[in-house]
Design a protein around this ligand. Sequence first.
Ligand SMILES: C[S@@+](CC[C@H](N)C(=O)[O-])C[C@H]1O[C@@H](n2cnc3c(N)ncnc32)[C@H](O)[C@@H]1O
Length: 290
Amino acid sequence: MATQTSFFGEEAEAPERVHHSSHGDVPSILKWTGSKRSQASRIAALAPEYDRYYEPFLGGGALMFLLGRPLSVGADLYQPLVDFWSLVRDDPDRLVENYRTQWRALQEDLPAYFYVVRDRFNQTKKPEDLNFLMRTCVNGIVRFSQKGDFNNSFHLSRKGMQPERFAKIVRSWNHRLRGVEFRCADFQESLSDASAADFVYLDPPYAGNKQRYIGDLDIERFYGVLDDLSARGVKWALSFDGNRGERDYNVELPSGLFRRKVDLQSGYSAVNKVLNGATDMVTESLYLNY
Ligand SMILES: C[S@@+](CC[C@H](N)C(=O)[O-])C[C@H]1O[C@@H](n2cnc3c(N)ncnc32)[C@H](O)[C@@H]1O
């Protein structure tokens, strides 16, 4: 196998390719844009031994389900999402009951009730309402306007997941999230207390589709944080450039920052397919500093 030299001064393996497997390992509690559910078990298999697990771009938290344990840290800039995860951890029964009540109200007043909740969420940002909207909006895909308002519509041909099925999913997530700490913070801040025995999985927003995320990312600052983590001996894995068919959306990570690159072919992007009718094969790269 060909090798490449990194800033670690050692020879590292050339890019490897890991093939697609099913979504089955992580129950779908929310479809966050850029979800890593389809790759989660392959990424988790590459994790080293660690004390604390950090996921500073938490989103739908696909890796947290597999790698989280007490004292892990999950963080995101979007407060309603962090509140949602805290609710799953702390009060799953309240979340399930709230969904049951709202689901019934929806069945009696389709689709008007959805828009009542959407307006209310955009005013109050309650995590129970975010959950209801995620369960009943078009294809379950969370989308925001420039202003930061939730702006997806009701999925007319569906009536929302049955409350019993939702309850089972919440219970399995609650089990995995016990003792996990959630922070609403910028990634740099949430990683400030990571130490050499810890492992970080980073899944920052893609360049070029900022409107589907809350927040922005300065790439030089981002590289600086990766470098700093390596200097502190913190192990990290990063999902970074997505090649979609012929189009390459992103830049390559500077070679001095990482030790290994693994290509994960993740099949056809569901989000891209829904939004753009595209059927491009998606390849995601995972960069490792160990
Ligand atoms: C690609 S998504 C993560 C998807 C996740 N891995 C999953 O499986 O669902 C990126 C997340 O980073 C968050 N984010 C954007 N900028 C951030 C920042 N500066 N610090 C922390 N989180 C940020 C977004 O709100 C979004 O939830």
